[in-house]
Every structure is written in C-alpha cells, then in structure tokens.
Design a protein around this ligand. Structure first.
Ligand SMILES: Nc1ncnc2c1ncn2[C@@H]1O[C@H](COP(=O)(O)OP(=O)(O)OP(=O)(O)O)[C@@H](O)[C@H]1O
Ligand SMILES: [Mg+2]
Length: 468
C-alpha cells in the first residue's frame, strides 16, 4: 500500500480504466475524471499527489487543469498524456510546469516509472527546501544577538543593504561576528537560494589563490591535471565572501579590481571570458585605510570594496550585549550538549562584563561552552570562571592567595591570615554595598559566620549607612 493519491483524467474510458487499474495494483489510491472540469472540481475538494491528464478534452482541457493546479495546488505533480497531434501542446505544458509527458498509446509500465520518478523528484525538492530552511535558520538574522545601540545600528544597516547588490566591506576585530553578518546579508537578499561561497584569503597559499578564485584550464601549469572551476564562477547567482581581504597579494589585488569593475575574468591559462553575476562581500580585521597609506593595499581596490562599510565594534565597547550573549550561548550549548545549566549568577555576569575580551564574541562563546560542560550545578558561579577573567576583574584567585612568601625572619601566621581575612571581608562588603547577606554569599559562608568574623575584626562599627 502506498500513501500517495493519483487522479487520472481522460475522456477515453479505456485509458481511464487501464491506467487506474495498473496504478491501483501498485498500491496507489486512484480516482478518475472524464474531463478537465471534473478534474478541477475533484482537486478543489481533495488533494492529489499526482495528476495524469490528457490534453484535448471537452469542457476544460489539460492546459486549464495545469494552470488551476499551479495556482491552487502547486504541490500536485502534473503528468501530461499526449496524442500524436498534440506533441506541441505537451512541450508547452512542460514549459508551464508539467513534470513529464506520456505519449499515446501509453505503455503501462512507463506510467509507473514516470509516477515513481515524479514522486522521487518531489521528495528531493522537499528535502532541499527543508535544508535551505535549516540553513536560513542557522545563518539568519535570528541567530545574531545584540542590544547595544552600536549593534542595533549594524542590524538596521544590514536590513537596509541586504536587498541591494552593492559591495559591502565588513570591518571589525577578530571574533566580532563579521562572517555572521556576511551570512545574514546573503540569506536576507534575493540571492538566498543561490550559493554563498566563502574564500579565506589568508588561509589559501598565495600561489594557489588565483586559481582558487578564478579557476584554471587543464594543463595551464604543472599540477593542473584537469580544468578547475574557481570560486567566483561557483558563486554565480549568489554571494562571494572574501574574508581577510587585507592579506591578498598585490598581484591578485589587480585581478580582483578588474573583476569588480567588469564582473568578468578568464580562468588561469584560459582565453574564454567568463561573466559572473555575484554579489561581493569582503571582510577584514586590519585597518585597510592604514594599509593603503602604507602601500600594502591598493587604494583603488579599497574604494571599490568600501561601497557600503559595516563596522562591528569590539565587544569591550558594548558590554551591554554581554548578558544577552551569555543567555544566547547558554541556550545554544545546553541544548547541543543536552546538559542543563539554568543560568549564571549576577556576580559572574558582572565579571564577564568588566573583562576586555581581546577575542571578542568568539572568546565569550568558547568560555561559555567550556563552563557549560564543566559546571557542577545548574547555575554558573564566579568559581567556574577562568582565572584570566577573575584576574582582570581584580578578583583574587586561589592561586593568587597562595603566592604569599614567608619573610626571612618569619611572621605571625594568625595575624597574617587575620589581615587577609579582614581585607577580603571588607572588599566583599564594599562590593555588595554592605548588605551582609550578599557579602556572606560572595564569601561563601553564612550570614552568622560573617557577623562573627566582622565582630572579631572590629568591622561592625564601620557599617557606613546603617545597611543591614
Ligand atoms: N552578535 C552575535 N550574536 C551571536 N553570536 C555571535 C555574534 N557575534 C559573533 N558571534 C559568534 O562568534 C563567533 C565568531 O564570529 P565570526 O566567525 O562571525 O567572527 P569574525 O569577525 O568573522 O572573526 P575572524 O575575524 O576571526 O574571522 C561565531 O561562532 C559567531 O556565531
Ligand atoms: Mg571570520
């Protein structure tokens, strides 16, 4: 038994009969219609996976059925039956979206083969569509978070320019999200169904970059054993993303400039001029303006690339994005690793906000991933943070505390420990505005113990504003 349903439409009863018999025998659910009007009526009431229809019929003909399906039931696959005199009609029907045609006298085994082929193609198309949707979900805008004014401005700019074909130059330090923005630009544009082709100009050896970008003809150099299609050609109807453009050699910069001006090139060793319709997005983490002043980057190429500049500020300049990013990555890694971390305590978030993030969002992402794996409880605490972050936020680590050296003439251990204790208690009180409950939590002890220690250290009278 098969799940699919088929409607056989023909004004000749013997064709309706033989075709529906053979399809039923294959396990399909089959219905019949004796002309185009009946076919339209039936498919307005029920969905058919496949419709096999004659072209010339009374009342409404096959072409009318086809255009009805296109508008009202685009998922139905249409196969045309054509007589000797209507072959032109079949060609026209294919042009209008029919899947295939069968010629009279119809061979019944051919009907089965064509229906199976049609269903297979439809399945592939559906898969393709869902994969594309998945890609859109992965690379779409929804995955980019940022509450800061600076990032909101970046998002607005992306919205505005995604639809136009102008060249975009994305600048920003390493790990700020340049590639993410490039993807979003592609998946928000009309080219979204076309390819997104990334080229990392710094990762491909200088000698190979030209053939990687422009392709080469067989035999054009020693190792060119076959013709290679370059990335520009592969990006036709899509977007090419030239990452780390500042690393490109000056010889290649000239060739790129020509491509940007004329949108055409020749493969290495080739004579045929190839035209490509691709949108260019470039990215760099170096200051290109400075590079062209120093002479390592062509100024004409810089101006060609810098049609629409998008600058992504470093994370340290937008700490207000950090809580949102933490939340975003916690969700991401908890579902990916099937662990359950519910959140992060305020203090830990404050530490992350005051760190200066030389590796930007990528560094934050990596830290969260590590903490999700290593965390012992449902809430990530200051203790789970890496030492470099604790240190830079002025926090003492267990390692720092063990760094004290014993003076040559010795010291009173009790008073040394006492004074360290006093310093840390004071810091905790100051950080928490003298709210003892919170200070006790910071020092990982209960409130009564803290009060006892404060009494011992003569700190009770220091409470500045009478805070509890
Ligand atoms: N605003 C953001 N929201 C969510 N994730 C982000 C954001 N910015 C960056 N990321 C994540 O941080 C990581 C680094 O981003 P990306 O690779 O786009 O940076 P880049 O600027 O291209 O870095 P590089 O210059 O090193 O190539 C990626 O995993 C990306 O998903
Ligand atoms: Mg990148």
């Amino acid at each position: 038994m098969r799940n699919e349903s088929i409607l056989v439409v023909d004004d000749a009863p013997e064709i309706r009969f033989s075709m529906s018999e053979v399809l039923r025998h294959e396990g399909f659910t089959v219905d019949v219609a004796c002309d185009g009007q009946e076919a339209i009526d039936k498919s307005s009431k029920n969905f058919f996976d496949v419709m096999i229809t004659d072209l010339a019929m009374p009342r409404k003909d096959g072409m009318e059925v086809l255009s009805f399906l296109k508008e009202h039931s685009p998922e139905t696959i249409c196969i045309i039956i054509t007589g000797f005199g209507t072959i032109h009609g079949a060609v026209e029907a294919m042009r209008q979206g029919a899947f295939d045609y069968l010629t009279k006298p119809v061979k019944l085994e051919e009907v089965i083969i064509t229906v199976d082929k049609a269903l297979e193609v439809r399945e592939l198309r559906r898969e393709n569509r869902s994969l594309r949707q998945e890609l859109r979900d992965i690379h779409g805008f929804e995955r980019i978070v940022g509450a800061s004014k600076a990032m909101q401005e970046v998002f607005e700019l992306v919205e505005k320019v995604a639809g136009v074909d102008s060249t975009v130059l994305i600048t920003g330090e390493s790990g700020t999200g340049k590639e993410l923005i490039a993807h979003a630009l592609h998946y928000k544009s009309e080219r979204e169904d076309g390819p997104f082709v990334p080229v990392n100009c710094a990762a491909i050896p200088e000698g190979l970059l030209e053939s990687e970008l422009f392709g080469h003809e067989k035999g054009s150099f020693t190792h060119a054993i076959s013709t290679k299609i370059g990335r520009f050609e592969l990006a036709n109807k899509g977007t090419i993303f030239l990452d780390e453009i500042g690393e490109m050699s000056s010889a290649l910069q000239v060739k790129l400039l020509r491509f940007l001006q004329e949108r055409q090139f020749e493969r290495v060793g080739g004579v045929k001029t190839i035209h490509v319709d691709a949108r260019i997005i470039a990215a760099t983490n170096i200051d290109l303006e400075e590079a062209f002043q120093k002479g390592s980057f062509r100024d004409d190429l810089y101006y060609r690339l810098n049609v629409i500049p998008i600058h992504i500020p470093p994370l340290r300049e937008r700490p207000e994005d950090i809580p949102l990013l933490i939340q975003h990555f916690l969700l991401k890694f908890c579902s990916a690793k099937r662990t359950c971390v519910e959140g992060m305590e305020e203090n830990a978030i404050r530490c992350l906000e005051s760190y200066d993030w030389p590796g930007n969002v990528r560094e934050l992402e990596n830290i969260i991933e590590r903490m999700v794996i290593l965390s012992n409880g449902p809430i990530i605490t200051v203790r789970d943070l890496p030492n470099r972050i604790l240190k830079s936020s002025g926090k003492l680590t267990a390692g720092d505390l063990s760094m004290a050296t014993l003076p040559i003439d010795g010291l009173s251990l009790n008073s040394a420990v006492g004074s360290l204790e006093k310093t840390l208690i004071l810091q905790a009180l100051e950080q928490t505005g003298w709210v003892k409950n919170r200070a006790a939590k910071l020092l990982q002890m209960n409130r009564t113990t803290l009060i006892e220690k404060m009494k011992k250290q003569n700190l009770m009278t220091l409470n500045p504003e009478g805070v509890k």
